[in-house]
Design a binder for this molecule. Structure first.
Ligand SMILES: Nc1nc2c(c(=O)[nH]1)N[C@H]1C(S)=C(S)[C@@H](COP(=O)(O)O)O[C@H]1N2
Ligand SMILES: [Mo]
Length: 154
């Protein structure tokens, strides 16, 4: 069980450690009732509550040029759980100008507070459960350059 905060790091002006209590108090809470499927456990239905991931990351000061959509479209997030399970989202999936997915960092599941367990990533648009990372320990935000740039970017 986790009582420690998760780290929010990467290309951010203000990298921070954030507790579930801070997620609850610092941002508007959104609700999502979701059904996701798992190859081994079958379908699951849960009610989650928590802030939008994009609002929590925005508060940490992403270093992209917020006025330029092409710049924003190059960023990704890597979300890691305490067992090492990790998954990737693109910033564009959750950016209101692109996919606008209401991805949450849950503070409660089915009415039970997640303070002791740690926050859980909630991806309501996913049909598969794999990205519902629980007991989150780290979120990394940043971008990659293509390994062998073959064209001028800009
Ligand atoms: N930290 C962590 N979160 C995780 C996983 C995991 O292995 N570790 N498995 C994912 C998968 S594959 C599914 S289907 C959902 C639900 O898994 P559960 O039935 O074990 O709760 O949790 C997701 N979140
Ligand atoms: Mo799964």
């Amino acid at each position: 069980m986790r009582t420690t905060p998760f780290g929010l790091r990467g290309s951010l002006a203000r990298p921070v450690a954030v507790t579930v209590a801070e997620l609850r108090e610092g941002w508007t809470q959104h609700q999502a009732v979701v059904t996701f499927d798992c190859a081994t456990n079958g379908p699951q239905r849960h009610a989650f509550e928590g802030p939008l991931l994009r609002e929590v990351v925005a508060a940490a000061g992403p270093t992209f040029d917020v006025r330029r959509r092409k710049d924003r479209s190059r960023y990704v997030l890597v979300v890691t759980g305490d067992d090492g399970h990790h998954t990737v989202l693109s910033w564009a999936e959750i950016d209101a100008d692109f996919g606008d997915a209401p991805v949450l960092l849950a503070t409660a599941m089915d009415g039970h507070a997640l303070d002791a367990h740690g926050t859980q990533l909630v991806v309501p648009s996913d049909r598969c459960g794999a990205r519902y990372v629980s007991a989150v320990t780290d979120i990394w935000f940043g971008s990659f350059a293509p390994m062998s740039p073959s064209a001028t970017v800009g």
